[in-house]
Design a protein around this ligand. Sequence first.
Ligand code: FES
Length: 130
Amino acid sequence: MSKNLSYLAGRKGVNRNLFEELGIAAESQGTPSTDALEELRKEFLVGKASVYGAITFYDFLKPENKGKQVYVCNGSACLCAGTQPDLIEKLKKDFSENEIGEMCCLGRCHENSAFSFCRQELFRQRDKFH
Ligand code: FES
């Protein structure tokens, strides 16, 4: 990222920066709406391409992951272990196919079968057990 974009993204301080705001805007649908992107772009004085580039780069913000509740790892270690097809079948018991997305490497390569709940689903699952 250019120095200029880094400065613009963080010009409101650590607690209110562009990337944090993109994450917040994506919470309800899994990706920020076009209107939210436009508002953030104007607020942080960055171009449309920069904001679009950021949301399409990060798995948790990607438009393709809209509405996903759980993400299955499609990284090399998990794929080579051959664990993901069984994992997906197990997840289909609790989630529809449309709610299952993919992410590349969740940092649990040594365990394989890696998956992650989206933030909202994590809270729903937690509430089930409390
Ligand atoms: S490759 Fe699956 S967690 Fe890293």
